[in-house]
Design a protein around this ligand. Structure first.
Ligand code: HEM
Length: 443
């Protein structure tokens, strides 16, 4: 990391002539792309090892003992934290920094800030995983980790909030920007609550695990209050272009954000049924606002990616509706850990991960230095494997955990291995894109 930053500093000197100005702009763009590649590679690392590998390990133990509570909660939370903040959170911060036009005019200091935020964020997420899994010095590491994550966010927020519409030559902000701002507020709230909880556990807890009841509400905030609005926002920005959709219905998208935020609030106030209905209504409104299932107005842009890409984006939104529907079922049924777990997995793997697989493989190679995607077939394989694994897992979790069909316990290892294969193929395809495919010509 310090070597990369020194190289950036040396690269970016005050330009004098027009040729030097052009050269400096190209150098800054490359430096920014390198930093984005660092963020994306770090996110892939968290996804693969601390995230999915531990998730698979947990699931094998659960299915072997045929009991959902046979794994320490601290391990399950270590997996969840690595996926939510380590994988998707790191992707979001990297793409967020990369998308700010201001950083394209920044001196080496502006880019250094992006590197410092990476260091703080990565150490914070890694320390949390170590504290939860090894319990070593967890009373000190837990608040330290949460503090580092919060500090990284503050740097991110200061950089992003300094960006004005005129920086991008536009007077008015598009709707998608407000949806992303809602997601940013959700992230801030999640990190602040995480910090408060970490301090409380360090002072009075018996283990680094968050209490089960509170964890359920906190998970609603992480998934629905932070990740879902971000994915809606990026969907509103990119999907009309990539899928040839009609323009987004802005007011309906606003309504979706309002219903979703009320749903998250209701979950914190223990109104689980109200929360579940509001989240379902919000998701249905978001799908309607994006015109995902209406007639398209242009052919989709699938050059360089697999032509099934638009289909999988729609599959991801079907998973989102299934997740919200299962949430309503779980809230109505009571004592329904299997249905609630299936709802969570339908949302995290079926919706969020599948969207990252589909849109990520479409945009990230180009952002990270104008690479081409290494293989459209691997892209298809990753999305197919994830969809198959998720279907098996969601079905088996309801049937086995709820006691409807005991033989479904034996399907869980197959679902875990299929999803492990999916994330490995996805990571390999992106890393090979960064490493192997030649850079396109740039200004
Ligand atoms: C890819 C394969 C995955 C496997 C095998 C897996 C496995 C598990 C298991 C066994 C649990 C414990 C609860 C239960 O029995 O359902 C769990 C919980 C969880 N997973 Fe996953 N998971 C995977 C993917 C993901 C993804 C992609 C995300 C997020 C983007 C995610 C986020 C979570 C969260 C937030 C929890 C709850 C943690 C808590 O209770 O605090 N998982 N997962």
């Amino acid at each position: 990391m310090p070597a990369l930053l020194t190289a950036l500093e040396e690269d970016i000197r005050k330009p004098q002539t027009p040729a030097e100005i052009l050269q400096a702009a190209a150098t800054r763009e490359i430096a920014l792309s390198r930093l984005l590649t660092l963020y994306i590679s770090t996110g892939l690392f968290f996804m693969l090892l601390p995230g999915t590998f531990l998730g698979v390990w947990n699931l094998l133990a659960i299915s072997g003992r045929q009991a959902a509570n046979s794994v320490p909660p601290a391990w399950i939370q270590a997996h969840g934290h690595a996926q939510v903040f380590g994988w998707i959170g790191t992707f979001i911060l990297g793409i967020g920094f990369y998308s700010i036009p201001k950083l394209r005019h920044a001196d080496s200091f502006g880019l250094r800030v992006m590197g410092v935020a990476w260091g703080l964020w990565t150490s914070g997420v890694a320390l949390r995983w170590l504290a939860n899994v090894y319990l070593w010095q967890w009373r000190a590491l837990l608040p330290l980790s949460a503090g580092l994550e919060l500090a990284a966010f503050v740097i991110f927020f200061r950089t992003v909030s300094g960006h004005r519409p005129q920086d991008s030559g536009r007077e008015k902000l598009d709707e998608w920007v407000f949806v992303v701002i809602a997601g940013t507020a959700g992230l801030l709230l999640a990190l602040a609550i995480n910090f408060g909880t970490a301090v409380h556990l360090a002072l009075a807890g018996k283990s680094p695990a968050i209490a089960a009841d509170f964890d359920q509400s906190f998970l609603v905030l992480q998934a629905w209050g932070f990740l879902v609005p971000f994915v809606w926002g990026f969907s509103a920005k990119w999907l009309p272009i990539f899928l040839g959709l009609r323009p987004v219905k802005g007011r309906v998208l606003w309504l979706a954000v309002a219903l979703n935020s009320l749903g998250v609030l209701a979950a914190f106030l223990h109104g689980l049924k109200t929360a579940a209905f509001l989240l379902l209504a919000g998701m249905a409104a978001a799908v309607y606002s994006l015109n995902l299932f209406a007639r398209t107005v242009r052919p989709p842009k699938v050059k360089g990616v697999h032509r099934a890409f638009p289909g999988f984006v729609r599959v991801a939104y079907v998973w989102a509706l299934i997740a919200a529907g299962l949430g309503v079922w779980a809230a109505a049924a009571g004592n329904a850990a299997g249905i609630a777990g299936a709802s969570r997995h339908a949302l995290t793997a079926g919706f969020l991960a599948l969207m990252v697989f589909a849109v990520g493989q479409r945009v990230l190679p180009a952002f990270a230095g104008a690479h081409l995607l290494f293989s459209a077939r691997l892209m298809l394989a990753s999305m197919l494997l994830l969809t198959a694994g998720c279907t098996l897992r969601v079905g088996a979790e309801i049937l086995a955990y709820q006691g409807y069909l005991p033989s479904a316990w034996s399907w869980l290892p197959a679902s875990a291995i299929t999803e492990m294969a999916a994330v490995t193929v996805f990571a390999a395809n992106l890393l090979l894109s960064f490493a192997v495919t030649p850079r396109l010509e740039r200004v």
